[in-house]
Write a protein that binds this ligand. Structure first.
Ligand code: 5GP
Length: 190
């Protein structure tokens, strides 16, 4: 099929370790810029009490995930901490066609897949100010049990190492408003 590229085609990838505050930053950025589409991923991870289906994620079974994958409905997908995550392709394409800025909050594996297809995708990695701060934020969030939280913290160093290789833009989330300002600026300048 002939892929028509919109003049405004802009995909922004936001990655970073679990608990770093990516979702909060992305939501704030969406308030600050016009015409932003925040992609909602599908995942096989169980929903936590605070999460809303269709808003935070589409929570689906492994069987359903596999079906969508087989049908080519996912722009990218990856296994992260033992669960599957993927970006629905159709909604992203539609938003791009409408001239939206599409923000994908995905991990490094997914980001590499998207970058292969959308070569102009802007890649931003969000760092915690310190490792200790990241552990504190995860504890405060209280979403996962201790073992899962430890797994995620251990995974953070691997992701941070990969960030140096693949991401052009780095933002430290020490102060939320400052981090949001920096992401907005990056989007506007790229
Ligand atoms: P969480 O379970 O904490 O919401 O997300 C775990 C990790 O999966 C985070 O690094 C998050 O960015 C990543 N993630 C969320 N949605 C997707 C997706 O659709 N694709 C990929 N590749 N990673 C995702």
């Amino acid at each position: 099929m002939n892929e028509t590229k919109s003049r405004y085609d802009k995909i922004v990838i936001v990655s970073g370790p679990s608990g770093v505050g990516k979702s909060t930053i992305c939501k704030e950025v969406a308030k600050r810029l016009n015409n932003v589409y925040l992609s909602v991923s599908v995942t096989t991870r169980p929903r936590s009490k605070a999460e809303v289906d269709g808003q935070d994620y589409w929570f689906i079974s492994e069987n359903e995930f596999q079906k969508r994958l087989d049908k080519g409905l996912l722009l990218e997908h990856a296994e992260v901490f033992g669960h599957w995550y993927g970006t629905p392709k159709e909604q992203v394409d539609e938003a791009l066609q409408q001239g939206s800025i599409v923000i994908l909050e995905i991990d490094v594996q997914g980001a590499i897949q998207v970058k292969r297809i959308h070569k102009d995708a802007v890649m931003i990695f969000v760092f915690p100010p310190t490792q200790k701060e990241l552990a504190e934020r995860m504890k405060l969030r209280g979403r996962e049990d201790l073992e899962t939280a430890e797994d995620r913290l251990n995974g953070a160093s691997g992701e941070i190492a990969a960030a140096w290789q693949y991401y052009k833009h780095m933002v430290i989330n020490d102060n939320l408003q400052q981090a949001v300002n920096e992401v907005v600026e990056i989007i506007q300048q790229n």
